[in-house]
Design a protein around this ligand. Structure first.
Ligand code: IPE
Ligand code: IPE
Ligand code: MG
Length: 253
């Protein structure tokens, strides 16, 4: 590292390279199951909602880091279709927090050329949140930087059910159904499949996130809780991803 001049490591790509990351082989699409806000709060003697608030802070940093690194697609699990099972004050607090975050961050995201996108049954979330998300998508739709997708009221099985309904409504014939056709009926058909799926807080499960799309994603689980996740952990996950050999069922020598 002696050749790196003072100040030259002041950007994310340079810091990534200093860690041995190959910038030409980045995952194009990174998906994150942002888990552990509640455990982080409990460990710090705080209410769960304060954990979610810290989680939002972490997300703001990770989005900027991912964009600066050169990730093209970042998809994060903000609220699952199963999270309605939580106590109503936590659900209400999360809906308000996501709405406030969407409104407060819109200007900065737009300035950073972020294209905002949503995934999930958005018609079932409170109107204020739905409006905030829709105006984010509309405002940023022509941006050409990172595509940032917020999965809200998202369930992988629900997504597949919604796809099947529309396939049937369109009168598609059985012999015309293929993986490519199903893909076209998913919530974001234009997105490439995630290459790297990160889960924080240690659980080794998918919790119904992108179960179709993540068929061949490389999974990296870290014990760090989501509020503690930052550049170091993101670059660590990318480095781990680059150590993997992706085979897609084939033989790779
Ligand atoms: C993830 O943190 C955020 C959401 C699911 C909305 P959790 O709230 O699931 O945190 P833990 O799993 O209880 O620690
Ligand atoms: C997954 O986390 C959902 C989000 C991160 C939004 P959960 O905390 O809901 O997952 P489980 O219940 O531990 O499987
Ligand atoms: Mg959890």
């Amino acid at each position: 590292m002696a050749a790196v001049q003072k100040g030259a490591r002041d950007t994310v790509p340079l810091r990534a390279q200093a860690l041995g990351i190959d910038l030409a082989a980045l995952p194009k699409h990174v998906a994150i199951i942002m888990d552990g806000n509640g455990r982080w709060a409990r460990r710090n003697g705080l209410a769960r909602l304060l954990g979610h608030r810290e989680g939002y802070r972490a997300l703001r940093g990770v989005l900027l880091t991912a964009a600066e690194l050169g990730i093209k697609y970042l998809t994060v699990y903000a609220f699952s279709a199963e999270n309605w099972r939580r106590p109503s004050d936590e659900v209400d607090g999360l809906m308000k927090l996501i709405e406030k975050a969407a409104r407060d961050e819109l200007r900065a995201m737009h300035q950073n050329n972020v294209r905002v996108n949503v995934s999930g049954r958005i018609d079932e979330v409170p109107a204020g949140l739905r409006n905030a998300l829709e105006s984010g998508v509309e405002t940023t739709k022509d941006n050409t930087g990172i595509t940032f997708t917020l999965a809200v009221n998202y369930g992988g099985r629900a997504e597949i059910v919604d796809a099947i309904k529309r396939i049937v409504q369109d009168g598609v014939k059985a012999e015309d159904i293929s993986e490519e056709l199903v893909q076209k009926y998913l919530y974001n058909p234009q997105h490439p499949d995630p290459d790297l799926m990160i889960r924080t807080a240690g659980e080794m499960r998918w919790s119904n996130f992108l179960i179709w799309q993540a068929a061949y994603a490389e999974l990296v689980v870290t014990d760090v809780t989501w509020p503690e996740f930052g550049e170091t952990q993101l670059l660590g996950a990318v480095k781990e991803y680059q150590r993997r050999t992706r085979k897609f069922g084939a033989v790779v020598e």
